[in-house]
Design a protein around this ligand. Structure first.
Ligand code: MRU
Length: 350
């Protein structure tokens, strides 16, 4: 096992079990979703979050929903399944892994159309469960490719949480850090707290501490200070969607970190599975950016920190132009510019 918690799992009684990420780090509580609506709600409210994790969770949610469909024939079954898929896809728009997970199950159902409906339902559960195991394997492979880019010793800055909690296990950016540590490299991690929802402070700091990897928590506005002092060797972050030209959507604030890294001559790497590529988009301007509720900005930990009535903007992600990305680490190898050549090649398109 990659770590001592389970981000998402299918239970023997046929429900979806999630560690409630809104309660971390102070409480380690697991919730059980018994309906597709409960799964959709858990994704929307970010009890589960992180691109690969919501991809696997959405697939399990759809498999869960499929069990409840009462249909006379495949056509009726598939129409109901597609409607459920749309419900899940509407929960969070930026991470393409979510739509990818849903589409993978819809494609499997389509291919299995000649089987009896109970067999199709069972196949959907098996596929969603396989996706969970596959995601951990993918992250380990990504870790191997990525860790070779890290010097020894290395002080690595990361933003948001791209760890075991953001995936089915092991992590993408944190997976690279984990793999470097497992290879014996002396790694120290600068953890950006990641306002507004503090995924760095609440989740990455928690994970790294449990993994015994030395980590130092900083507020987002401290990154430049430590870079200027020569105390950051490399930046590694995850991604929610990568366009064909290599533009990367990731947690809000990533773009600023990339600019700072470039200004200080520090390599900026993105670790993401092939399922995070959206080769149908020519560049990052086409990536939908989720806007979340104002109270995430006006409140910290449920406490108001801004005057009532103030206007608020709360984009959950930003786009880092490909020109600031030194490499994209995937499970199939490391892509470098020009990304519109290297990414389709890795994806098996070219
Ligand atoms: O809003 P979140 O917490 O779902 O955003 C997560 C991120 O931006 C991660 O960096 C990204 O999903 C990669 S996770 C391996």
């Amino acid at each position: 096992m990659a770590e001592d918690f389970v981000t998402v799992a299918w239970t023997p009684s046929g429900s979806v079990r999630l560690i409630d990420q809104t309660r971390l780090p102070t409480e380690e509580v697991y919730i059980e979703c018994r309906t597709i609506e409960e799964v959709a709600d858990a994704i929307r409210t970010m009890r589960v979050r992180g691109a690969p994790a919501i991809g696997v969770t959405a697939a399990m949610g759809l498999a869960l929903g499929a069990q409840t469909i009462q249909a006379e024939n495949f056509k009726e079954f598939f129409a109901a399944l597609e409607a459920m898929g749309s419900l899940l896809m509407r929960t969070r728009p930026t991470a393409v892994n979510l739509a990818w997970g849903v589409r993978r199950l819809l494609n499997l159902a389509r291919k299995s159309r000649d089987l009896p409906l109970p067999e199709i339902k069972a196949a959907l559960v098996a596929e969603a469960r396989a996706m969970q195991e596959e995601d951990i394997r993918i992250n380990r492979a990504m870790g191997q490719h990525g860790q070779s880019l890290l010097p020894d010793p290395a002080r690595v800055l990361t933003h948001c949480n791209a760890g075991g909690l953001a995936t089915a296990g092991y992590g993408t950016a944190v997976g690279v850090i984990r793999a470097a540590t497992e290879a014996g490299k002396r790694i120290m991690v600068w953890v950006d707290e990641t306002r507004p929802l503090l995924q760095g402070a609440r989740l990455t700091a928690w994970e790294l501490q449990r993994a015994g990897i030395p980590a130092t928590l900083i507020t987002d506005n401290m990154a430049g200070h430590f870079m200027a002092r020569g105390q950051v060797d490399v930046v590694v972050v995850g991604a929610d969607r990568i366009a064909r030209n290599g533009d990367v959507a990731n947690k809000i604030g990533t773009y600023s970190v990339a600019l700072l890294a470039r200004a200080h001559g520090i390599p900026f790497y993105v670790a993401a599975p092939i399922s995070t590529l959206d080769l149908s988009l020519t560049d990052g301007s086409q990536i939908p950016i989720e806007e979340r509720a104002p109270d995430e900005v006006t409140h910290v930990g449920g406490r108001r920190v801004a005057p009532a009535g103030i206007r608020v903007a709360n984009p959950a992600f930003d786009v880092t132009p490909a020109s600031f990305v030194d490499a994209i680490i995937t499970e199939r190898g490391v892509a470098r510019a020009p990304y519109d050549v290297s990414l389709p090649r890795l994806a098996g398109e070219a």
